[in-house]
Design a binder for this molecule. Sequence first.
Ligand code: NAD
Length: 320
Amino acid sequence: MLDDESYWECFDNCGLEGEFDMIPIDFSGKVALVTGVGDSDSFAWHISKGLQEAGAKLVWAVHPRMLTIVEGFLKGTAQEDIEARTLRRGGGTLAVEKILPCDVSFDTLADVPEATRTDRRYQRVEREHGDYSIEGMMKKVGEAFGRIDILIHSVAFSPEITKPAWEVSRQAYMTAMSISAYSLTGLCRAALPWMADKPESTSVVSLTYLAGERVVPHYGGGMGSAKAALQIDTKQLALNLGRRNIRVNTISAGPYASRAAKAIGKIQDMINYAAERSPLPRGIKPEEVADACVYLCSPLASAITGQVLYVDCGYNVMGV
Ligand SMILES: NC(=O)c1ccc[n+]([C@@H]2O[C@H](COP(=O)([O-])OP(=O)(O)OC[C@H]3O[C@@H](n4cnc5c(N)ncnc54)[C@H](O)[C@@H]3O)[C@@H](O)[C@H]2O)c1
């Protein structure tokens, strides 16, 4: 036990005397491009709120078919819409600088098949907003803001999510891979001119799930394979883009009843199962995923890249 005088001597010598600096999470002047907002339950919605609370300007790249719906969530006057937009910290309201359509299945407009190109909704989006491919969307962000500091990949889809692995068609498997995994590579490549070689590292964060490493019943349609691909791509891209001072990480979130997760069919069973067996015996909250994401994008994580960060109440460590 130190006496009073020795205690204060130690304190004086550790550099903490005088004014304390705040924890350095300040995204003022930074631009965060967020994909995957579908509604106010989306992880991407909560992540956006967290990034804005830390000072970032938000740009959303939204599925072309979801554009009007998402705009509705930002304008809704019902009490629940207002509450969904209220920031948790700082007392403000969710504000998005720009919303652009983007179907992450397509790197360029030339990749869009005839059937999609001539779909009425896609035609209207193209008329009103122009190029909705990854390349077209990214160019608009780059030209409008001149920089991208944070890129959030929060997109996943399989047309056969309810089918067990052995029944999944080749086409559905490839679609799941393309939209849920390859799109990370496509987005990173297109964002490179606006993210690379900054004095302070820029950050890419995606969302994955334990089914990319272990067998999770009900998580079908090739989505487990897509998450496995997403996780190794995260590590590979961390190496390639680390040379350009870009960090690439992924968050493995516990089960949560978003729109995409409800399509799995058994999501509430999955949530209950994990909650009963997790070290923290409860389900996760989307705000907890948002906070972890803010941390990964911040200077506090400046040496962290190529990692899978589990935000799952510890469920992944369990053997039985
Ligand atoms: N909810 C969970 O239990 C859970 C757990 C772990 C990881 N995740 C992951 O979190 C991410 C976000 O999912 P969520 O749970 O917030 O559900 P969500 O339905 O809110 O988000 C999925 C988004 O993907 C978008 N999308 C699908 N296909 C697209 C395309 N071709 N182009 C552009 N956007 C497209 C949808 O419009 C939607 O906004 C996904 O990667 C998902 O796999 C979810």
